[in-house]
Design a protein around this ligand. Structure first.
Ligand code: HAM
Length: 413
């Protein structure tokens, strides 16, 4: 019979890899609350219109990459392609915002984008996400970058590049868009890819983000946003940079960084690495004032970021496996039940280890004990059963073996 296989671009996480993910979550849970963040869990499935209204109809994510389907009553639902839109929706629905109040949330979980799978790019991937609501100040953007750095440093990742830009605001961006449009007009339209020919009119900034080589070359000399910022945006950006400078964060200014989602204004950033293949972006984020209001909420500013956990996992490689306390080798089948009950007593004392269930020679069981990496090998056979003893072999030190009274051994632990 044909085997049922997993869906393309989706992955199973077996214990070694799952341990890495748990480790990242544990570090985030340790670091983020130091900055006043609390955990929020939102649904994986949302109404499609939430993403259309927030991420933007003309983005790759909404236009090409969403897992969208009708539910049993024909309502269009989407597997979240990112967490921000859902977090904003939850925040609006909670009605907890009051003027002057700052709310900070982090969230983990699977996201879904129908992209071409490759190293570091999957259709189901995981993000660690952080958002601040209610703070216009550049200090909030800087705090996020400092928190992201603290998180990455705690994971042992120190050689990453921070790319930084300001995308301007609703005041200054229109003039920049016009400058871009004029620039595109000065080029032969047919040299751009089909998507960019359309984006030129609908969303000129998106062209800067195109991955097609020909388009990349064509925009190399395009006007840059940082030459078009209004004085407020310029002052805001200067403060973000000053705080990062003060904290010793090294960053590269990249005036072409526009990010793949439409909701950003002012600060935007990406953390990149050249050590994980062609998908270099490990984390990305920025400010998105205006989105909460656009989705029917209060006039409340917002800024945040998300890290891709698969990409962090690639950078981390692996974790050292925990060393088990014992391996209990049953060397006579009749002793198997008693061995299991003894192992339970050890585990009740907080020790971790395994019991060899059955089969194999004494030699193969000792080999299994060795392979387990356990500190101690315990041996239970007919003699140990009859005498209520346990044979204890030290596997890390002198490799001495002795037979002890079982109750006394337990009491000594
Ligand atoms: P994003 O840049 O689309 O931003 O995604 C953030 C991170 O998710 C990327 O830097 C990357 O590490 C990871 N990622 C994205 N797509 C994939 C994929 N197909 N496979 C593996 N990893 C992937 C956002 O999602 C924004 N919501 C971030 C944000 C939060 N902005 C403000 N608040």
């Amino acid at each position: 019979m044909a085997k049922v296989q997993k869906i393309k671009g989706f992955a199973d996480l077996f214990p070694d890899e799952a341990a890495l993910f748990t480790h990242m979550e544990r570090i985030a849970r340790e670091v983020f609350p130091r900055y006043g963040f609390g955990e929020l869990r939102t649904p994986i499935l949302e109404k499609t219109e939430l993403f259309q209204k927030s991420i933007g109809e003309d983005t790759d994510v909404v236009g090409k990459e969403m897992f969208t389907f009708p539910d049993r009553k024909g309502r269009s639902l989407t597997m979240r392609p990112e967490a921000t839109a859902g977090v904003v929706r939850a925040f609006i629905e909670s009605k907890t915002h009051q003027p002057g109040k700052v709310s900070k949330y982090f969230t983990f979980g699977p996201m879904f984008r129908y992209e071409r799978p490759q190293k570091g790019r999957q259709r189901q991937f995981h993000q660690i996400n952080a958002e601040i609501f209610g703070a216009d100040e550049p200090q909030a953007d800087a705090e996020l970058i400092l928190m992201l750095r603290a998180f990455l440093n705690s994971l042992g990742l120190t050689k990453l590049t921070v790319e930084l830009n300001s995308l301007g605001c609703h005041e200054c961006r229109p003039a920049y868009k016009q400058a871009l449009t004029d620039y595109y007009k000065s080029k032969d339209k047919n040299l751009f890819c089909e998507d960019c020919r359309r984006r030129m009119d609908t969303n000129p900034l998106r062209v800067l983000d195109c991955k097609v080589d020909a388009c990349k070359k064509l925009v190399a000399d395009a006007p840059v946003i940082t030459d078009h910022l209004c004085s407020e945006c310029e002052a805001h950006f200067a403060d973000v940079k000053a705080i990062l400078d003060g904290a010793g964060v090294s960053y590269e200014l990249n005036p072409r960084l526009v990010r793949g989602l439409d909701y950003y204004v002012r600060t935007c950033f990406e953390v990149t690495s050249l050590d994980i293949g062609s998908q270099t972006s490990v984390a990305g984020g920025g400010r998105y004032d205006g989105l909460i209001k656009n989705l029917g909420g209060p006039d409340c500013s917002a800024t945040g970021f998300a890290c891709g956990m698969e990409r962090l996992a690639l950078l981390l490689g692996g974790l050292e496996a925990a060393v088990p306390d014992f391996y209990l080798a049953v060397v006579e089948d009749a002793a198997a039940n008693e061995a299991m009950l003894f192992a339970q007593q050890l585990r009740d004392k907080g020790l971790c280890g395994e019991v060899s269930f059955s089969g194999g020679s004494m030699k193969s069981r000792m080999r299994a004990a060795n392979k387990s990496g356990a500190r101690t090998c315990l041996i239970m056979g007919g003699d140990e059963m009859a005498n209520k003893t346990i044979t204890v072999k030290d596997m890390v030190g002198d490799r001495e073996q002795e037979t002890l009274d079982r109750a006394l051994y337990l009491a000594s632990l």
